[in-house]
Design a protein around this ligand. Structure first.
Ligand code: PLP
Length: 429
């Protein structure tokens, strides 16, 4: 159990929270830059020594074994996607065979929509939301076009009442008999709001609608129970909270009740493993989530996940969630205490059960405040037009990091150090 928390603003209290932190020892396992505080693990998680190690082992297999690396060596590549699926399953609350590590987030969404979007009679539309990540929306629009449907009519985007959050009541109200499929984020990428996936899934199931979730901002940050909730499918990236490395191979989940549904986008890696090399022109799909793989996996972008997922299993997702909540609460309390009067608005849910792994700060000078922070060695990220996202990460951010970062932010605001930068985003924000 974590120690109780009651906010105090001084640096000693941060040091005390660090001493009590049962996950503190994982910090040394990451490559942290001295004189820098990394608060962008929700966009690209840092490299750990274990992830580096498993990557180097796979490189060594290539060097030593050549083609035989597929079946021999440290981590036989032919089974790596399945093995990583098993290791990821506890993080999403699924059976091992319901998860596969394959493709990329957007490719997996294409695959899942190509597989599970089956317009019929009146049920032809896809329901999403107006706050979702653009790539997801582009994928849904293009899938509709492939079916000959105009996305302006057939893609319904639930509106946000305030530009930050979605209301589950509004989403459920939009689940009409014209909807064939619902695709929503688990956690909204700007505000960090967690949607009530269990309730939404029940509502969709009751209406005979399939539902899938984008878990990019929740995997590795919060626990899930996809199987128990009856979620039909999900997909996520492994380079944010899971620290799998830039462009790490992504994940997908398919509920076992759908096993046997033919993949919409077929390829030979979706074969039953024992049949794949029969080289027949009739695909025999795997009887697991493995069926939704397409081609040869990017082994060198899978390998770091072995080391990384081992750490998640060891640290425990419940412990990670508890620290994440506590350190994000601490961040918000400090900001309110130190920066209450300089125009920041916390744009994340105040209730713990509704907030994911980051805090979003709104400010009209956000773009250049981010630049000023970076110049001072604090790494946030910016989301246009006005959001500074800060993600203290359970495995490698200390309470003292948060304390120091907020002091720096205060110095930047008090002295208007951001004014020397332009208030525009960089190419990669
Ligand atoms: C990061 C992210 C993506 C990225 O998709 P890629 O295919 O990995 O580029 C998609 N959706 C959401 C919600 C994200 O947060």
């Amino acid at each position: 159990m974590m120690m109780p928390y009651s906010f105090e603003p001084d640096a000693d209290y941060a040091a005390q929270l660090d001493r009590e932190d049962i996950l503190a020892r994982y910090r040394d396992e990451f490559y942290l830059k001295p004189d820098s505080i990394y608060l962008d693990g929700n966009s690209l998680g840092l490299l750990s020594k274990r992830a580096e190690q498993t990557l180097l082992e796979s490189l060594a297999d290539w060097r030593e074994l050549g083609i035989d690396g597929w079946m021999e060596g440290n981590h036989p590549w032919f089974y790596l996607s399945e093995k990583l699926g098993e290791l990821t399953a506890p993080l999403v609350g699924a059976a091992p065979e319901e998860v596969i590590v394959s493709g990329s987030t957007t490719v997996n969404l294409h695959q899942l929509v190509a597989t599970f979007y089956k317009p019929e009679g009146k049920r032809t539309k896809i329901l999403a939301d107006e706050l979702n990540f653009p790539s997801d929306i582009y994928a849904l629009q293009s899938q509709l076009r492939i079916h000959g449907y105009d996305p302006d009519t057939y893609l319904i985007r639930v509106k946000s009442r305030d530009g930050r959050f979605l209301d589950e009541d509004d989403i459920i109200e939009a689940m009409t008999e014209e909807i064939a499929l619902v695709v929503l984020p688990t956690v909204l990428y700007r505000s960090g709001q967690i949607l009530d996936m269990e309730r939404l899934t029940r509502a969709a199931n009751d209406r005979g609608i399939l539902i899938g979730f984008d878990g990019c901002h929740s995997i590795g940050a919060i626990p899930h129970a996809f199987s128990d909730w009856g979620v039909d499918f999900a997909y996520w990236c492994n380079y944010k909270h899971l620290n799998g490395g830039p462009g790490a191979v992504a994940g997908l989940y398919v509920n076992s009740k759908h096993f046997g549904t033919k993949p919409g986008l077929a390829g030979w890696f979706g074969s039953r493993k024992d049949k794949q090399f029969d080289m027949e022109h009739v695909l025999t799909p795997a009887e697991t989530a493995g069926a939704y793989q397409i081609g040869t996996p990017h082994v060198l972008s899978l390998a770091p996940l072995l080391g990384s997922l081992e750490m998640f299993a060891e640290a425990g997702i419940q412990n990670i969630r508890e620290k994440s909540l506590k350190i994000n609460r601490y961040l918000m309390d400090l900001i309110e205490h130190e920066l209450g009067d300089v125009g920041f608005k916390i744009g994340s849910p105040v209730e713990d059960f509704k907030r994911g792994g980051h805090v979003s700060l709104e400010h009209k000078e956000a773009a250049r405040i981010c630049k000023a922070l970076k110049e001072k060695g604090i790494i946030p990220d910016f989301r246009a037009p006005n959001i500074v996202r800060l993600a203290p990460v359970a495995l490698y951010t200390s309470y003292t990091d948060v304390w120091n970062a907020v002091q720096m932010l205060k110095e930047i605001m008090d002295n208007k150090l951001y004014e020397k930068f332009s208030n525009e985003r960089g190419v990669v924000a």
